[in-house]
Design a protein around this ligand. Structure first.
Ligand code: ACM
Length: 395
């Protein structure tokens, strides 16, 4: 409108799949970004500018992710992208983001051993989920592990870390098997037969996407008892438990920094706002929460920098603290990953997770597993407690 002196909006890209094998969880991430943007705009935007989303559906396909990242950064006037679930899609997008000097906010747990100056990692690194999960299951169920994953980079790399942990702590990996991302009953039946033959103490599953429900259901149908031989996962989450059905998911474990069931004022507010917008039964997961808080962290960094330029935002980000639904979080300047609150949850009959173990302090991200800290977070200790003891709402 002529005569308007309103500052132009800050356009941000949103790349989460609405279709394809991992749409169930990615849709919740897109929704969380939408919610956070709406909250920020309702509060007046950032630096007096509104936030405007450019949203695409990359359909769980790494090639589409890459092409749409090109569009966002090349044609749509976007410099920041919130997006990606599967590590294969992050790895497809990052070279584009790096080449064009953009910034990717990646809100999903992953296998670690990566750094990009153009990526902010707000999901758990292996020291914040997989090491604790392997330790907990070994202590409580036994030392004979069976590893099953989807056939792509995250399960392979995650299992390499878990295998190292198990073998260096007196355990044994009996078998390590992979199924297609689109696996159905015919792919899962031989695995179920093999599990019966191997008779492990514990299963670690890095199966992602739609195959998750097929696997847990087949496991239940085979008569395996989670009280004796549970599945431990890093990804299986509330929306997937809803798809599996609580009776087939009950008793199994997931390690994550956030569960929908966490009792805190910040989480109660988040769950209420999310469900008011997306439906009273809409489930959310650690990936949903990370997608939500990273938008707020981005906004804080823009405010703090007084600028939405990428170098300014990157410089300001580590100085920002945000009290997320899981607890206060902040970015580690050393590695662009996030201080998080590791937890282990067990699926209850309600379909929600009972938290059976949680860190008393936020744990420094250690994506290269430089610090041997396998015993630390469960006991509420951190190698870096002094610098992580700040709580409250930073500016
Ligand atoms: C994942 O692929 N990082 C879940």
């Amino acid at each position: 409108m002529s005569g308007s002196s309103a500052a132009p909006p800050i356009r941000v890209g949103v790349l989460f799949s609405e279709t394809g094998v991992t749409a169930l969880v990615e849709r919740t991430q897109r929704r969380a970004v939408e919610l956070a943007l709406e909250e920020l705009n309702a509060a007046g935007g950032v630096l007096g500018r509104s936030l405007e989303a450019v949203v695409y559906d990359p359909a769980s396909d790494p090639r589409k992710f890459r092409r749409l990242a090109e569009d966002l950064l090349g044609n749509d006037g976007v410099e920041v992208i919130f997006g990606c679930y599967m590590s294969s899609t992050r790895k497809a997008v990052l070279p584009v983001v790096e080449q064009r000097g953009g910034l990717l906010f990646y809100p999903t747990l992953y296998e670690g051993f990566e750094f990009s100056a153009n990526c902010i990692y707000s999901g758990a690194a292996p020291n914040q989920n997989s090491i604790g999960l392997a330790r907990y299951l070994m202590q409580n169920y036994g030392e004979r592990f069976y590893l099953i994953g989807s056939n792509y980079v995250f399960p392979y790399e995650s299992n390499r870390i878990i295998r190292d942990y198990i073998s260096s702590h007196g355990g044994k990996v009996l078998e390590e098997r992979y199924i297609p991302l689109s696996a159905g009953e015919e792919d899962i039946a031989p695995i179920i037969a093999d599990i019966r033959k191997c008779n492990p103490s514990v299963i670690i599953s890095t199966v992602v996407g739609e195959a998750t429900a097929a696997f847990y259901r087949a496991y239940r149908k085979a008569g395996f008892d989670p009280a004796v031989m549970p599945i431990g996962s890093l990804t299986t989450c509330e929306p997937e438990v809803a798809a599996i059905g609580a009776e087939a998911a009950e008793g199994h474990y997931t390690s994550a920094p956030y569960f929908q069931s966490i009792r805190s004022p910040e989480n109660e507010r988040f769950v209420a706002a999310y469900q008011a917008k997306f439906g009273p039964d809409a489930p959310m997961s650690s990936c949903t929460e990370a997608a939500y808080f990273q938008v707020h962290l981005f906004a804080r960094a823009v405010e703090r920098a007084g600028s939405a330029a990428i170098p300014d935002v990157k410089e300001a980000l580590p100085g920002c603290l945000y009290v997320a639904p899981q607890g206060p979080v902040r970015i580690d300047r050393e590695n662009n990953h996030t201080y998080l609150w590791p937890r282990i949850g067990r699926v209850a009959a309600s379909g929600q997770f009972d938290v059976v173990e949680e860190s008393a302090v936020p744990i420094k991200p250690d994506p290269y597993l430089i610090t041997p800290e396998d015993e630390t977070w469960a006991a509420g200790r951190s190698p870096d407690t002094k610098s992580t003891s700040i709580v409250g709402n930073g500016g």
